[in-house]
Design a protein around this ligand. Structure first.
Ligand code: XMP
Length: 320
């Protein structure tokens, strides 16, 4: 493994054959687990691992309490017809406990990482007897972590952490040479439905990457609702990614003729190929207006809706 396979050099079928062989060699007759979030990378890694190991790869959907509306059931239902069974593991309480009182973005990411790897995955590893954990890490995750931009939730070896020593299991990352566009091609070739391999990216820390300030069940509920509205309104744009962010600061507003010190939602919608650089989509004013109208109608706590028009860099795609 190592280096980058550029999209124009990617021979999808031989990539899949090589990875299948490599996975079989590493895992031998053992079993492996993976956390299937339903995001593009974890879906592709699940399909690839399943092709290599069949039922010896156990897939779990960890319900962190930070996922989007109805996401768990949706993911399980999308994989069932492929013969891949994903079990839902409820873990919301544990994640919210770990996030309590934390407002610093990198500490929030760290709390999520620790809860995943030291608690949730470790328990699954111990219960299943597996020695390997599959990861959907891609090259962009590594670049940003190594550059110190964001500590992506799934990066270890590249920043000097040995998972075997730290957590007691080995991590297998078959997609690390690819970027998002390559991952999508592999997903398509593995027979994933378009609803999966063409899904907009969604980060490992989930909605916590979109809540500025403390991540509480109530604040996640608000951003989850706003996210559902944004996704519904923008799914036809063909944009790379679109999302809602809940700000920490409140602003003065007015509701029913009375002062309301309310919450702010920021909408972002990105044009990008590989998430390294991105520009805001030039959305029609009518689309923005309609979406903002729905957010303020359905979320009485919110008094301000903004649209980010700064590119990445200096912005990033997620807010945390
Ligand atoms: P940023 O916000 O760094 O995001 O511009 C770049 C791309 O990566 C996604 N993202 C993540 N994906 N783990 C992931 O698997 C993470 O911790 C993470 N943080 C951001 C983000 O949604 C965007 O597509």
């Amino acid at each position: 493994m190592g280096g980058e396979i550029k999209i124009q050099d990617l021979n999808v079928n031989s990539f899949i054959d090589e990875k299948v062989e490599e996975i079989r060699r590493i895992v031998g007759s053992g079993i492996a687990i993976n956390a299937l979030s339903g995001g593009v990378d974890s879906s592709v890694v699940t399909a690839l691992g399943h092709r290599a190991l069949g039922d010896r790869l156990r897939s779990y959907y960890i319900d962190t309490g930070l996922m989007r509306q109805g996401e768990g059931k949706q993911v399980v239902d999308l994989f069932a017809p492929l013969g891949i069974e994903a079990r839902i593991v409820p873990a919301g309480r544990e994640f919210f406990r770990a996030l309590k009182g934390i407002t610093d973005p990198e500490l929030k990411r760290e709390a999520i990482t620790q809860t995943f790897y030291r608690r949730a995955f470790k328990k699954l590893i111990m219960d299943s007897g597996a020695k390997f954990l599959f990861h959907g890490t891609i090259l962009t995750d590594i670049d940003e972590t190594v550059a110190g931009i964001k500590r992506q939730h799934n990066i270890f070896a590249q920043i000097g952490i040995d998972p075997q020593k730290e957590f007691g299991y080995r991590i297998i990352e078959p997609l690390v040479e690819l970027r998002k566009d390559g991952v999508r091609k592999v997903g398509q070739a593995l027979g994933l439905p378009e609803a999966l391999f063409n899904r907009i990216p969604f980060p490992g820390p989930a909605l916590a990457a979109r809540v500025l300030g403390e991540v509480t069940p109530e604040r996640v509920r608000i951003v989850r609702k706003a996210t559902a509205i944004v996704e519904k309104n923008l799914s036809g744009t063909g944009s790379f990614q679109y999302l809602a962010i809940l700000h920490e600061d409140r602003v003065t507003g007015v509701r029913d003729g009375k002062r309301a010190f309310g919450m702010q939602i920021e909408v972002r919608c990105w044009e990008s190929h590989d998430a390294r650089i991105a520009t805001p989509t030039r959305l029609p004013w009518e689309t923005l207006e309609k979406m903002a109208g729905q957010i303020i109608a359905r979320l009485p706590e919110v008094v301000s809706v903004t649209y980010n028009i700064a590119p990445k860099p200096p912005s990033t795609i997620e807010a945390v």
